[in-house]
Design a protein around this ligand. Structure first.
Ligand SMILES: Nc1ncnc2c1ncn2[C@@H]1O[C@H](COP(=O)(O)OP(=O)(O)OP(=O)(O)O)[C@@H](O)[C@H]1O
Ligand SMILES: [Mg+2]
Length: 254
């Protein structure tokens, strides 16, 4: 099962990606997290892993990838970046960090002033997700950058299910309408996780989002906030996140 988490900036995508990954791995699943946010540097800390080298470097770096894209697109050719499929365990070493049954890939980060846009990362993420073959007990979670640009780049194509993380804000309610349409266009099922949603704010948020698609509501946890602030690995049991892990395990067996 390959799941992509999306939502507005700061809604809790990376926090939930790390917590769901940990929860699945505690249940004995193999989990690969694909960090597809070119700007942020905290996800690996929350997973308790080193940040791997940019996967972009496996293909010779951004310039090289842009060269391949420029060569293929004017001729109307399909860009094909990989010549064989990988399993989670056969992803080339150096571009993945691992601990137990948790693995992490970072598609590519912005490192230099003026190095160019992140479009090549989107093209790479799309093919990378599609290039990984999953076994019975394997899960992929894709953490995305804020907003909806990844829909424009077609990153969702290789995923089985989409989770929108919605925090109690007007922007999340409006964005949920847009993402619902984009998910329909992509043909992928969309579910919502309401995050930092409690009491009246949860009520208002759920009025704007289809309740039957909400799989969990995660309240504000001081322990999550503190670990996020300090860059600590999550060692937190969150029952509302376990519900999401249960959902994925059940959904997979259908
Ligand atoms: N349920 C929660 N309880 C308390 N704090 C939370 C919770 N969820 C997220 N946070 C905090 O909210 C902030 C934003 O979370 P996070 O970085 O995961 O959001 P994001 O959607 O990944 O942001 P970005 O769009 O920048 O990638 C962090 O400080 C995080 O610790
Ligand atoms: Mg994030």
């Amino acid at each position: 099962m390959k799941t992509l988490l999306c939502g507005k900036g700061g809604s809790g995508k990376s926090t939930l990606t790390a917590l769901i990954a940990k929860s699945l791995s505690e249940r004995g699943c193999n989990v690969l997290v694909i960090d597809n946010d070119e700007s942020n540097f905290g996800l690996h800390m929350q997973m308790g892993l080193e940040l791997p080298d940019d996967f972009l470097n496996f293909l010779g770096g951004k310039k090289n990838l842009v060269g391949k894209m420029m060569e293929a697109f004017p001729k109307g050719e399909k860009l094909s970046l990989f010549d064989h499929k990988w399993e989670i365990s056969t992803i080339p070493e150096g571009y993945v960090t691992r601990k137990g049954n948790l693995s992490l890939i970072a598609v590519g980060k912005i490192h230099e002033f003026g190095e160019g846009c992140a479009c090549p990362m989107g093209a790479l993420a799309k093919q990378l997700i599609q290039n990984i073959e999953l076994g019975e007990n394997d899960f992929v979670l894709v953490d995305t950058e804020a907003g909806i640009e990844h829909f424009g780049r077609g990153v969702e194509e290789g995923c089985d299910v989409l989770f929108m993380v919605a925090d109690p804000s007007y922007e999340s309610i409006r964005l949920s309408e847009k993402i619902s349409k984009l998910a329909d266009n992509s043909g992928k099922p969309l579910y919502y996780i309401l995050n930092r949603a409690e009491g009246a704010s949860r009520e208002i948020l759920s009025c704007g989002i289809s309740e039957d698609r909400v799989i969990s509501t995660v309240p504000i946890y001081e322990s999550i906030f503190k670990a996020g602030l300090l860059g600590d690995e999550f060692h937190i049991f969150v029952p509302e996140v376990k519900m999401v892990a249960d959902f994925l395990i059940e959904h997979k067996s259908k």
